[in-house]
Design a binder for this molecule. Structure first.
Ligand code: ADP
Ligand code: MG
Length: 506
């Protein structure tokens, strides 16, 4: 159910994403030119005769890019096509010197077939998002319209770099199969999952800011309980999670409004305006481009052997979905496991803090999620929050947190003291948690005799409450615990305090 300004509507969202990731490879998909197009490289210095389509030049398929696509396909739990084809997609635009893009059309066989990724659904439960296909294609160059008042420039360094386009599946024959994205948050979690899989496999940097990950966003709405899918629009070339979510929200509201006013949505291609968060029609279905696809006569069908697929499979590292299962087996909840696998950096941090001691898993997860996630500047996880500023703040290491958690379970400090030590670390206090505890005399009092004195004092000072407690108001226990903690300057072991109080008050 979709909410507008906090109000739930009778509409639900149907979202399909076409995600492009730039394949990490030394050279381009069909030429030997370097595939490193980063902005520090001088324009048009990494362009081969093939990339600018000089007459007579022939494309040669880069096997490494094919292997990268297979690796990603396996990461998407997908079928790998033993045979796939390349075709020419004709369009004329100055960023594409060939006059066509070599791609793998859906009707022909793309290298990666049906698969799925698992994300956390909006209900907090794991949800499968089906993948229809993933195919290899050439990227286009970059046009620069802002360097000269009357001229435009073209930089072909990126022309011909391999892209892998991953398309989510919508089971139109079975519209009750809800294994697709249904909210802006799920769209973001899906894209982050794709990003993490691509990074864990070394297939792509999948970095939206750098343009190595982009998405076309298809949106339609339908009344809750409806049995068929309605017309969708496609918003092209989105380059940030924030804009993608905002575009989906806007587009959904726009479509709902059209239907509620008795209109119909037309299948348009939209553009998104970053300045005001709106979408507007770029071209309508009527002027849809006719790409006049035809098989590329310069390229043979691509055949991949079973041995190649198995060889690549055998090199696969642990992917986020498997990491989550491992965490759940360590006693974490689905939610915790999902949060801790948001990036590989986070899960590596967690693993190194736990360091094989499974009794640490739950407390470390709790501290990370409730404390460290709120202070991204204080830990050495990059991308924990995309905007994290690495300022002067102290960096808390996995060893620091592990030590703190161990101190609690060894009864050296209580939870309150641990929190104080933690805050001191955040504030830049130097040293390990043990050193900080020593420096500030934060040692938990577990010695029963010492605590007993304080317990007796608190009981003696509050006869009325003792009376009430004894006549059944057991909720007052917290009042006594608080008194004893105060009397011991927060140093008493709360478990011992509780036990003594219960005994003496009964
Ligand atoms: P195209 O080739 O026009 O881009 P595709 O069939 O490849 O179309 O679909 C593109 C994406 O749009 C896919 O992810 C698909 O699941 C999604 N999609 C298709 N129909 C709908 C719909 N009615 N609502 C939302 N998304 C849709
Ligand atoms: Mg499309």
């Amino acid at each position: 159910m979709f909410t507008i300004k906090g109000k739930t509507t009778d509409w639900e969202l149907v979202i399909g994403l076409e995600t492009h990731i730039e394949v990490l490879s030394n050279s381009k998909l069909f030429s030997g030119a370097s595939a490193d197009y980063n902005p520090t490289v001088a324009p048009n210095t990494q362009v081969s005769m093939v990339d600018v389509a000089m007459p007579g030049m022939l494309p040669v398929l880069n096997e490494y890019c094919v292997e990268q696509a297979i690796k990603m396909g396996l990461g998407l739990n997908a079928e790998i096509s033993r045979k796939s084809k390349f075709a020419r997609k004709q369009y004329f635009y100055p960023d594409l010197p060939q006059g066509y893009q070599i791609s793998q059309p859906a009707e022909e066989l793309p290298i990666v077939g049906r698969g799925w990724v698992e994300i956390m659904g909006d209900d907090g439960q794991p949800k499968k998002i089906l993948i229809e296909r993933a195919h290899l294609e050439q990227d286009a160059g970059k046009l620069k319209h802002d360097v000269h008042p009357t001229k435009s420039f073209a930089d072909y360094n990126r022309t011909g770099v391999a892209l892998l386009e991953i398309v989510t599946f919508l089971d139109t024959k079975n519209p009750e199969n809800n294994s697709y994205i249904t909210s802006p948050d799920e769209a973001e979690r899906y894209l982050r999952e794709i990003r993490e899989i691509a990074r864990a496999l070394g297939v792509s940097k999948a970095n939206m800011e750098e343009g190595s990950m982009r998405a076309d966003v298809n949106v339609s709405v339908r009344p809750v309980g409806s049995k068929e899918f309605r017309t969708r629009t496609e918003t092209k070339n989105m380059v940030s999670f924030k804009f993608i979510k905002s575009a989906i929200e806007y587009e959904a509201r726009r479509q709902i409004e059209i239907y509620e006013n008795g209109g119909t949505v037309s299948q348009d291609t939209m553009r998104y305006s970053q300045s005001d968060g709106t979408t507007s029609v770029m071209r309508s279905k009527e002027d849809a481009l006719d790409y006049r696809y035809f098989p590329d006569p310069d390229l043979l069908p691509l055949e991949v052997s079973e041995e190649t697929i198995e060889r690549i499979r055998s090199t696969m590292p642990e992917l986020p979905a498997a990491t989550r299962v491992r965490y759940i087996n360590m006693g974490l909840s689905e939610y915790d496991a999902a949060r801790l696998t948001e990036t590989t950096d986070i899960s590596k941090w967690f693993d190194s803090a736990v360091n094989g001691k499974s009794e640490r898993a739950k407390p470390i997860a709790n501290w990370m999620i409730s404390e460290l996630f709120a202070h991204p500047e204080n830990w050495d996880v990059k991308n924990a929050v995309d905007t994290a500023e690495q300022g002067e703040a102290r960096i808390i290491t996995p060893e620091n947190l592990a030590e703190l958690v161990d101190m609690i379970s060894a009864n050296e400090v209580n939870g309150k003291q641990a929190k104080e030590i933690f805050i001191k670390m955040l504030d830049g206090e130097s040293g390990t948690p043990k050193e900080i505890a020593d420096r500030f005399g934060m040692k938990q009092i577990t010695d029963t005799a010492a605590i007993e004195k304080a317990v007796d004092d608190v009981i003696a000072a509050n006869p009325a409450q003792v009376e009430q407690y004894k006549s059944g108001k057991v909720g007052l226990l917290g009042f006594f615990v608080g008194g004893v903690m105060k009397a011991t300057a927060g140093k008493a072991n709360p478990a011992v305090v509780n036990e003594l109080l219960r005994k003496k008050l009964s």
